[in-house]
Design a protein around this ligand. Structure first.
Ligand SMILES: Nc1ncnc2c1ncn2[C@@H]1O[C@H](COP(=O)(O)OP(=O)(O)OP(=O)(O)O)[C@@H](O)[C@H]1O
Ligand SMILES: [Mg+2]
Length: 316
């Protein structure tokens, strides 16, 4: 078939998706299921910020895909709305420390924070002390409560050590008008154990653990998501259950389960089917697994790859 015909047919065909965005990582669900306890706990700890009293610093940890990021963002955006309505000087800053060019060096991170307060700093050149001084001044321009979320915080310390956290946790001593509260998030369960004890105790004034979802909880979350993403009847019986079972086999990573459902949908569509069948799901699972193994091998050092290659040559 000509490519042109293929595309013409493609746009005529009905999609099994109604709203594919609901299966993408950027989607914010209307409801966060099975996390009432943790959401309430985070809300209780951070609420004093609305009275401009500094909340305890908070450290949240749990395995990947357990709803940490989504829960914190949900609570903080609700708080932000209340603060705006009541005209309270609350500032919420979210930084994903895994992102390149944002948290690669102490300088870059403080420059990024300064940017949040409206001041652009040159990308390099100033001494770090000077950058800190500019940041302190910006913070202290007016009375305000700053809630700073450092997501994937283990990547920050891996890249630049834990001195930056020491400095951030001690910042309030330098400030006259403002206060800053740190919320660290990590899926590295032993991350805090390796921190300087002083940093550890100030960062984890409060700690909340997000435990993995079980297969039934994953099924419920997936069902809600599938109802938004796909046409009615486009998911065959047993697909959601098997998708949840696949992800519970690992440790209950909901992100992986949602990804798997999306890829199964794409596989079904590509094969011309009007519904996702179990075999589409199995195919999607194989694809995700092989991508994972391939990625792991590609990201290894050259020595590892050479040894792997030698083993393959011997085995073939
Ligand atoms: N309880 C829930 N209800 C509905 N959707 C959820 C729930 N928990 C997580 N999700 C969805 O799963 C995805 C992953 O969640 P999230 O990003 O919060 O995981 P995480 O714990 O931060 O993982 P990581 O440690 O890998 O960053 C998000 O896209 C979110 O929409
Ligand atoms: Mg996260």
């Amino acid at each position: 078939m000509q490519i042109k015909n293929f595309f013409e047919n493609y746009i005529k065909k009905e999609s099994i998706f109604v709203d594919k965005r609901t299966l993408l990582p950027s989607y914010m669900p209307e409801e966060i299921l099975f996390r009432e306890e943790q959401l309430q706990e985070v809300a209780n700890i951070l609420a004093p910020a609305l009275r401009l009293e500094k909340p305890s610093n908070l450290f949240i940890y749990g395995k990947t895909g357990t709803g940490k990021t989504i829960s914190v963002r949900f609570i903080l955006s609700s708080m932000n709305k209340v603060a705006i309505q009541s005209n309270l000087p609350l500032k919420y800053i979210y930084i994903n420390c895994k992102l390149k060019k944002v948290a690669d060096t102490e300088y870059r991170l403080i420059a990024q924070l300064s940017k949040e307060f409206g001041q652009e700093l040159p990308p390099t050149g100033l001494p770090t002390d000077e950058v800190y001084n500019i940041f302190y001044k910006l913070l202290d321009q007016q009375k305000q409560m700053v809630l700073l979320v450092l997501d994937e915080i283990d990547h920050l310390t891996k890249k630049i050590g834990d001195e930056i956290l020491y400095n951030l946790t001690r910042i309030n001593v330098e400030l006259q008008k403002s206060q800053i509260c740190l919320i660290g998030i990590s899926n590295n369960l032993i991350f805090a154990e390796n921190l300087d004890p002083r940093v550890k105790s100030s960062l984890s004034e409060e700690e909340i653990i997000f435990s993995p979802y079980n297969a039934l909880q994953i099924q419920d979350i997936l069902r809600k998501r599938a109802a938004k993403a796909f046409k009615e009847g486009a998911v065959q019986a047993g697909v959601i259950e098997k998708c949840a079972a696949y992800s519970a086999r690992d440790h209950g990573d909901i992100r992986r389960a949602i990804d798997l459902l999306r890829i199964a949908g794409e596989t079904a569509e590509r094969s011309g089917s009007s519904a996702i069948e179990i075999n589409h799901l199995d195919e999607a699972e194989k694809k995700i697994e092989s991508d994972k193994i391939l990625n792991a091998a590609v990201n290894q050092p050259k020595q590892f790859q050479s040894v792997l290659y030698a083993i393959l040559l011997l085995a073939l």
